[in-house]
Write a protein that binds this ligand. Sequence first.
Ligand code: PT1
Length: 282
Amino acid sequence: MPGAGVLLHCGDRTLDLRRPQVMGILNATPDSFSDGGRFVSSDAAVEQALRMVDDGAAIIDVGGESTRPGAAAVTVDEELQRVIPVIEALRRHSTVPVSIDTSKPEVMRAAVTAGAGLINDVRALREPGAAQAAQELNVPVCLMHMQGEPRDMQHSPHYDDVVAEVRAFLATRLAACRAAGISAPLLLDPGFGFGKTLEHNLVLFHHLQQLTTLGGPLLVGVSRKAMIGAVLDAPVGQRLYGSVALAALAVWNGARLIRVHDVRPTVEAIRMIEAVANAARC
Ligand code: PT1
């Protein structure tokens, strides 16, 4: 279980990455929390978040833009309308740290003002104004690798050496963020499923440890993804055991934060990995 173990200060709340932890996924999109119409129900979203906290999630990741393969872009206003009420309600009902899953500087600013303490950006602060917003907001940021854009990223992913290229991308973005004056902690994420074939994902996972030496704690998100569906020939509703297996393997190989839908089973698997990792010869 290699990798960087640190206490992350997320605004007024703390995320203890001295132990591997689970990030609970909260999709603030109408397909997830609709009251039958076009609006996200904050009540239903907060209820699910509180359940994830009870199950052991150390942070809740709120997202209003779907970044699944084929997903269309959303406007700033739409994204704000989805995530801000959920963040505000979550802040009222819990002391858990909140992460905002966005690439838009306007959403980063409004979300951190509403109480989010970490920025999770699948575009690694490459959108115009995003790096400056993150620098000013001074909260930890997760930088993720993606080839292409969600709409077309799975059309023809190509790498000469996926491990070397993802590693170099993360190193370059880390250096660019430091050069832009960002001094808050930076997490790094290989971006499983983001412009990668099944083989790319498996090779990247096999060599995950090579990303632990870049200098930032590693975040891994594989929960219910197509790579599990492809190996198991299973629809999205039958990917729990595959997801938990990969979460455990990721932690064993140095990941510090695992982004998941199914919090309780993942927390239990991680606690067992931790017990073995910490065992001393006697
Ligand atoms: C992730 C991630 C994310 N994934 C971070 N943020 C999604 N830091 C959203 C599929 O192949 O891994 N890391 N935010 C969800 N996106 C996807 C992508 C969902 C691919 C599913 C797939 O099935």
